[in-house]
Design a protein around this ligand. Structure first.
Ligand code: ATP
Ligand code: MG
Length: 451
């Protein structure tokens, strides 16, 4: 039922109004400005009726106008209907100038008032629908990047600004946040878009092969070098080189890459020529490079070269609204692809998607949706099929307060991670994303053996 707030100080009129309107609307009542503000916040009604004569100025209009102003500021979309005395058309019109929707003169005709309220509600709903549609349409700024949160809109704006320049860009973010997607967007929006985009994963190639992969080699440079082969850097000439997982680049190659970034020439293994190469370099990593610099495993001078601009992609759990919007697009995509009849999510399914922490970010979301599209029997994907049932994660938590719940979870997680890494504190700390001292403190607190 549609919500209506009645602001009226006369108890008799309050009763009469409530009696007349309660059948058709969910009625809330406030007797003064303060109460009105509270109820407005608590119930967010679409329509408000406002008595112009409110205490402490019940026979005048100042408090009524102040209240009107307050509502307009708090709830600019709400429709306000003024209730005025019958000889006060002037103030009624002034109220409309100040943003009230309509007015009704006392003593009022119930049917006429109902009609005015109903019209106001219809208009309010129509406007709400338009607002939510235009919110939904804001789904994509960059090709392939689905987003609605201001956090990601900022990232997209940054990509648009940085793309046409040649600056060396470092893309940071947890695993699955879309680092490669953003790197490709940078390439596609640049003047190099028609030239190659060459990606190389520094973590996936064994150290002894990585150098020749990057720089190429001449025939006979080493055993098995049967013909001249050009490396990825040269392949990317005129285009973009994407160095993924740069945090895993072995130290000797860090020095060589630094030299390339300074000189912009490559020398193939076993070769003698310096070959000039014109490329834009984008690097990415999920690792904490400042920590790697602190422990001496990543060169600081290289870091400054590759991070002329840093794009730090927030994890999915820090992008309000994005998970649901992306989930909908994935659901449509996979339903079509796999010819399944699923049409959407159940309300619980949507709530679970929004509240889950998504440690594996968009990649995890994609996998869960794909799986659910295959497994769902009904036409709506449920939290159960997504394996995101609130009940299962929160079992036993109903009767504890937030602090107790937090401590229980911390303890469980600690125990799990310590077991997983065989008690190795450094690895456990890294997995939990906390410092070693913090982990120590937590272990002491929960009675784990700190050795
Ligand atoms: N905003 C987004 N909208 C739609 N799809 C996305 C979005 N972000 C990421 N994806 C998709 O999620 C998957 C993971 O993204 P990507 O490979 O770019 O992540 P990553 O940060 O490079 O992950 P990793 O660190 O594991 O390499 C890809 O299939 C990508 O297309
Ligand atoms: Mg990646």
């Amino acid at each position: 039922m549609n919500k209506l707030l009645i602001i009226e100080d006369d108890p008799g009129l309050q009763k009469q109004l409530k009696w007349a309107l309660a059948d058709d609307f969910k009625v809330h009542i406030a007797s003064n400005r303060l109460e009105a503000v509270k109820k407005l916040k608590a119930h967010a009604p679409g329509v408000v009726t406002l008595d112009l004569g409110l205490p402490p100025d019940a026979s005048g209009v100042t408090e009524g106008f102040e209240t009107l102003k307050a509502i307009r500021e708090m709830a600019p979309n709400a429709k306000i209907i003024m209730l005025t005395s019958n000889d006060d058309k002037e103030n009624a019109l002034r109220a409309i100038e100040l943003g009230a929707y309509d007015y009704c003169q006392k003593p009022f005709d119930e049917d006429a008032l109902k009609l005015i309220i109903q019209r106001a509600i219809n208009l309010y709903e129509l406007e709400e629908e338009n607002r939510s549609l235009s919110r939904k349409n804001r789904v994509s700024l960059l090709d392939g990047v689905i987003a609605t949160s201001t956090e990601m809109m900022d990232i997209c704006n940054m990509v648009e600004r940085v793309a046409p320049t040649d600056v060396t860009t470092l893309v940071l973010g947890e695993s699955g946040t879309g680092k490669e997607l953003i790197a490709r967007a940078l390439h596609h929006l640049s003047d190099r878009a028609d030239e190659p985009f060459v990606a190389i994963n520094c973590a996936a190639i064994p150290e002894n092969l990585l150098e020749s992969e990057l720089f190429g080699y001449e025939k006979g440079a080493f055993t098995g070098a049967s013909k001249q082969t050009i490396g990825k850097i040269e392949h990317a000439n005129q285009g973009t080189l994407f160095l993924d997982e740069i945090g895993d680049l072995p130290q000797p190659l860090q020095a060589k890459l630094l030299r390339f970034l300074q000189e912009r020439t490559v020398e193939r293994l076993g070769g003698r020529k310096e070959i000039p190469v014109d490329i834009r370099v984008i690097c990415a990593t999920h690792q904490d490079l400042s920590r790697k610099m602190a422990d001496g495993t990543f060169r600081e001078d290289l870091y400054y070269r590759i991070s002329e601009v840093v794009i730090d992609i927030p994890p999915l759990r820090q992008r309000p609204g994005d998970a649901v919007v992306i989930a909908r697009v994935f659901l449509d995509r996979y339903a079509k692809k796999m010819k399944r009849e699923v049409k959407g999510f159940t309300p619980e399914g949507l709530a679970a998607i929004e509240s889950y922490a998504w440690p594996g970010n968009i990649r995890e979301l994609e996998n869960k949706i794909k799986r659910a599209v295959i497994l769902e029997d009904g036409d709506m994907v449920s939290a159960k099929t997504l394996e995101l049932e609130v009940g299962s994660a929160m079992a036993g938590f109903e009767s504890v307060n937030l602090r107790q719940a937090k401590e229980t979870l911390e303890k469980q997680l600690l125990s799990k991670v310590l077991t997983q890494f065989g008690g190795n504190i450094s690895q456990a700390a890294e997995a939990l994303g906390v410092s070693r001292p913090t982990l120590y403190t937590m272990m002491k607190k929960y009675g784990f053996d700190t050795g």
